[in-house]
Design a protein around this ligand. Sequence first.
Ligand SMILES: [Cu+2]
Length: 122
Amino acid sequence: MIPGQLKFDKTEFTVAPGQLVQLVFTNPDVMQHNFILGATGSLEQIGTAADQLLATGDALAQQYVPQTPQVLYSTPLVDPGQTITVQFRAPTEAGAYPYVCTFPGHWRLMNGILTVRPASAP
Ligand SMILES: [Cu+2]
């Protein structure tokens, strides 16, 4: 996470299919952020769903994570100055999976791509 810029410091990384991914998420910013992994091509849909969630009054209770099947994995909100370490299983199908912060207003800027690719592939 880059302070004040609404950006992840890593905007892409590559893992093997089904790999256990350990994510160390440090938040040096003055606001909360989260990390959501989405299905391939779902960035706009998740972002739009996150925007719509804001209108429902349930947004904070849901940690700003929209309830949609496109969300493959999500972390809780990470407070300013907090570091969390989480593990999740990478998707088993190769592809480009968007990740995004759905804190209000962040998703258009604060996103990246997780590439799932077999280790033997070029
Ligand atoms: Cu954010």
